[in-house]
Unconditional design. Structure first.
Length: 349
C-alpha cells in the first residue's frame, strides 16, 4: 500500500524546536521558537485535524514556562512534557527531573516531582522521548555542556525514574526514539561535528506490551548496521546525496521516527543531513525530504514512495506525532532558514 501526504487545512503557525501531541483527532502544539533562541509563549495551540480549526488554550494550574528543545509524549490521554531550554540565559531548565502533565479534559497542568532522594535525568534539551503503555522514556540530548547518551524510564504509577543502559556510539542531541513491539528504537542524532547514521539501535526490555510495570534494567542496546556512521561535516563541500550502494537512509538528526501506518515497520523521514555553519539552529543546514521504512523482522530498509501529490518541503527541527489518522508533522526549519508553519499527515494512500 502506498503512502501519501495530506495537508492540514489550518492557519499557518510557524515555529521550530517545538512539540506536537495528538489526542482524539486534535493536535496540541507547545513551545518552540520563531526567532532563534527566543521561546514563544507557554500556551497550547490546538488544531482540529479534520476541520483545521485553531484554538488557543492558556492552561491553568502549574503551567510550565516557555521553552524550546523539549519533548512531549501522550500516555493515557494526557500529555507529558520533559526538559528543554529557556530563561534569560537559554540554558537547560533545571527542574529536578520533573515532568509537566497536561489534562485536555480540564486544561490543567500538573507538575510531577519525583522524590528528591532518587536519581533522575539531568536537565537537558534536544533530547528525545517515547512512551509505552506505562512508562515514559528519555534519551540523550544536550545538558549545560556536552552531549549525553543515557536512557531513563519514568513509571507513571510510582512517580519514579529508573536508569537503563547507556546507548552505543557517540553522545548526541537531536536523536529520535520510538516504542515499538516491546523495544525502544533509536535513530540518528548530531554528535557535535556530524550527523550520525549507518545504523538503527534498539533496547529490548524483555517484556510484552501491556506488561511493563517493571522494566528490565539489565537489557543492553543492539545495533542493526547498514552504512556509513558519519554524515557530512559543516565544512564538507557539496550537498546531500543518497548513496547508490547503501540501502538505507542517510545520516541525519532532528528527524521523525514512528510506527508505519501500514503496520509491521517503522518510518523515519526528513531531518538535517549536514549541519549549519555554526552547528546550531540559528542558521540552516541541508535537509532531507525522503521517507524510509524499516522492517525489524527482516532488518531491512526500503525507501517509501510519497506519491505524486503535494508534499512538505525538506526540513528539520519540526515536530511529529503518531495519530489514528497517520503520522502528523508540523512546522520546522527549511533550507532558507525560515520557520515553517504548515501541517501535514502521512497516511495510507
Amino acid at each position: 500500500m502506498p503512502l501519501k501526504w495530506s495537508k492540514i487545512l489550518a492557519p499557518e503557525l510557524p515555529r521550530s524546536s517545538h512539540s506536537i501531541s495528538v489526542i482524539d483527532g486534535k493536535a496540541y502544539i507547545f513551545g518552540g521558537e520563531v526567532e532563534p533562541r527566543k521561546p514563544v509563549d507557554n500556551a497550547l495551540n490546538v488544531i482540529d485535524l479534520a476541520t483545521g480549526e485553531h484554538t488557543v488554550i492558556q492552561g491553568k494550574g502549574d503551567v510550565p514556562e516557555p521553552r524550546v528543545g523539549h519533548t512531549a509524549v501522550v500516555l493515557g490521554g494526557k500529555i507529558y512534557v520533559f526538559g528543554g531550554r529557556g530563561g534569560v540565559a537559554m540554558t537547560p531548565l533545571e527542574e529536578s527531573s520533573c515532568l509537566h502533565r497536561f489534562d485536555p479534559s480540564d486544561s490543567t497542568w500538573t507538575r510531577l516531582q519525583p522524590s528528591f532522594n532518587a536519581p533522575g535525568p539531568v536537565a537537558r534539551s534536544y533530547h528525545c522521548s517515547a512512551a509505552s503503555t506505562s512508562h515514559i522514556f528519555v534519551h540523550a540530548g544536550c545538558p549545560a555542556s556536552g552531549r549525553l547518551n543515557d536512557t531513563w524510564a519514568y513509571d507513571i504509577s510510582s512517580n519514579t525514574w529508573t536508569k537503563l543502559a547507556d546507548a552505543p556510539g557517540d553522545p548526541r542531541g537531536g536523536a529520535s526514539i520510538v516504542w515499538f513491539e516491546g523495544k525502544l528504537w533509536r535513530f540518528g542524532g548530531f554528535n557535535g561535528k556530524t550527523e550520525v547514521g549507518g545504523g538503527i539501535d534498539y533496547l529490548d526490555l524483555g517484556l510484552p506490551e501491556g506488561n511493563e510495570h517493571s522494566q528490565d534494567t539489565q537489557s543492553q542496546w543492539r545495533t542493526v548496521s547498514f552504512g556509513e556512521v558519519s554524515g557530512l561535516g559543516r565544512d564538507a563541500a557539496g550537498s546531500l546525496m543518497q548513496s547508490e550502494t547503501i540501502l538505507g537512509p542517510g545520516a541525519r538528526s532532528v528527524c521523525g521516527i514512528h510506527p508505519d501506518p501500514r503496520g509491521g515497520a517503522l518510518l523515519t523521514f526528513f531531518g538535517e543531513g549536514k549541519p549549519s555553519p555554526t552547528g546550531g539552529h540559528d542558521a540552516a543546514g541541508n535537509f532531507w525530504g525522503d521517507v524510509w521504512a524499516f522492517n525489524p523482522a527482516a532488518s531491512r530498509w526500503e525507501e517509501v514512495e510519497q506519491g505524486d501529490g503535494e508534499r512538505p518541503v525538506e526540513r528539520g527541527w519540526f515536530a511529529s506525532a503518531q495519530a489514528a489518522e497517520g503520522v502528523v508533522l508540523w512546522g520546522g526549519l527549511n533550507a532558507k532558514n525560515e520557520r515553517m508553519g504548515d501541517g501535514w499527515v502521512l497516511c495510507v494512500g
